[in-house]
Design a protein around this ligand. Structure first.
Ligand SMILES: NC(=O)c1ccc[n+]([C@@H]2O[C@H](COP(=O)([O-])OP(=O)(O)OC[C@H]3O[C@@H](n4cnc5c(N)ncnc54)[C@H](OP(=O)(O)O)[C@@H]3O)[C@@H](O)[C@H]2O)c1
Length: 329
């Protein structure tokens, strides 16, 4: 796996220029050009490897690493796997949520890694029980405290439905979003977004608010490809981020995926993750096993041929492994 010794500086690097020039085919082009940044060792930075991972530009200029590590509740968190990911695999992007109940543990793992906060991309999510202007603000600041950080790189409304608040879903979403807009302007959240939002939810938010979401995080794998929503997001400048890229493990035994894995001498998980990032989708597989974390991040040294990309694309059958926001007004 190719490693850099020090943090890649996108602002000072020609990569960012290349990315802007190649908006349409940005992933393939960036990957096919070697980063011209010379490896550097800076005095105040720990000597841990950093994965050479492509990034996707948000409309405010931030660059989100295209591949990150997921965390979750119900046994979905492993301290050792997180520390291993950060210190041995060069992972710099972690996705979490208050709902997953691991903010404090994650904060400890980050500290143990020895990495500087500025070297990481941390996404957190606001749970619907904390929706409403005041509750949202307090919940975000509390999450920062729990994790021992001063800001999040990305902060998402987890789900479009309001629970336990007065007012319609639309009203509560707008009021909550106003709090996120403020946190964004104050720098507590470097970017803000939503999760599990459909086009109607985004259209309402567009009418009600002033800052459009930077990201929409939605279920995405070969069985579940919301292409109309993806096209809408692309048109509005919202980065599409896909969760459950392995369909919670369900797709890993699919014969069609195995066939492609055999061809490339890769694992089914690597094929699904590579397919997702090769489609330009920010991807966050979760594993609590060190070996699998390592495997899931070794996807930048091969490319799927167009015929295999199409074969995987043709597997869409609409099935979901997570929740379905279709009926949320
Ligand atoms: N915004 C939302 O509403 C939402 C919803 C769901 C998920 N997410 C985010 O997306 C992340 C990923 O989604 P997910 O956890 O639902 O599903 P996933 O990443 O598609 O799959 C995780 C499952 O696959 C297994 N696995 C991982 N790598 C493997 C490998 N190389 N070989 C075999 N099995 C492997 C894991 O088991 P082990 O842990 O035992 O390895 C786990 O059971 C979550 O952690 C979370 O951050 C967000």
């Amino acid at each position: 796996m190719p490693f850099l010794l020090a943090r890649h500086n996108p602002r000072a690097c020609l990569c960012s220029v290349l990315r802007k020039q190649n908006e349409q085919t940005r992933i393939q082009k960036v990957e096919s050009k070697k980063c011209p940044c010379p490896p550097k060792i800076q005095n105040n930075m720990p000597l841990v490897p950093e994965l050479r991972c492509s990034t996707i530009p948000l409309y405010n200029g931030l660059q989100i690493p295209i591949l990150g590590l997921g965390t979750s509740h119900d046994g979905g968190y492993s301290h050792d796997a997180i520390v291993y990911a950060l210190t041995e695999c060069g992972v710099r992007h972690i996705d979490t949520a208050k709902r997953y109940g691991c903010e404090g543990d994650l904060g400890k793992a980050i500290k143990e890694s020895g990495l500087d906060r500025s070297q990481l991309w941390l996404t957190n999510k606001l749970w619907p029980g904390d929706y409403g202007y005041r509750a949202a603000r307090e919940a975000c600041l509390d999450s920062c405290t729990q994790m021992g950080v001063e800001y999040f790189d990305l902060y998402l409304m987890h789900w479009p439905e309001a629970i336990n608040q007065g007012g319609s879903n639309r009203e509560v979403r707008a009021e909550t979003w106003r709090a996120l807009e403020e946190l964004y302007k104050e720098g507590v959240c470097r970017s803000i977004g939503v999760s599990n939002f459909l086009i109607n939810h985004l259209e309402q938010l567009k009418e009600d608010c002033s800052v459009m979401p930077h990201v929409n995080q939605v279920e995405y794998h070969p069985y579940q490809q919301p292409t109309t929503l993806m096209e809408y997001c692309a048109e509005k400048g919202i980065v599409f981020e896909g969760y459950s890229p392995l369909a919670k493990g369900q797709i890993l035994s699919d014969p069609a995926v195995h066939q492609i894995a055999l061809k490339y001498r890769r694992t089914p998980a690597q094929i699904c993750i590579r397919w997702s990032i090769q489609n330009g989708v920010v991807t966050i597989p979760k594993s609590t096993k060190k070996k699998r974390v390592q495997e899931n991040f070794q996807v930048f040294d091969f490319q799927l041929e167009e015929t295999d990309m199409v074969a995987l694309r043709s597997m869409h059958d609409g099935r979901r492994v997570s929740w379905d926001p279709t009926n949320v007004k």
